[in-house]
Design a protein around this ligand. Structure first.
Ligand SMILES: [Zn+2]
Length: 98
């Protein structure tokens, strides 16, 4: 799902200042193709918080891998969050290095 977004060039990087408390966004049920199949990621995660040694607390520690897993879950239809901080979806802990 996320790889098809990458291949099409539908991963969009936005300035952190636009949404400093968020790592990214993706439409629920956006799928692997079609007009709602895209992911937005904060430039902070692309440039600085790309792995477990370079992460950001917003309010839990996150890195780019977790953000991509999280947004991939939303594309797949996993629209709910499993924690009060809305950091984790069902598979984010399994699919990230954190
Ligand atoms: Zn989410």
């Amino acid at each position: 799902m996320v790889d098809s977004v990458f291949l099409r060039g539908d991963l969009h990087v936005y300035p952190e200042a636009e949404a400093p408390k968020s790592g990214g966004f993706a439409p629920p049920w956006g799928g692997g193709s079609g007009p709602s199949s895209y992911i937005g990621v904060s430039d902070y995660f692309v440039e600085y918080a790309w792995d477990i040694d370079h992460k950001k607390k917003i309010p839990v520690w996150m890195d780019l891998q977790l953000v991509l897993a999280h947004e991939g879950d939303h594309l797949w239809g996993i629209s709910g969050h499993i924690d009060p901080d809305s950091a984790y979806t069902v598979y984010t802990k399994d699919c990230s290095g954190l």
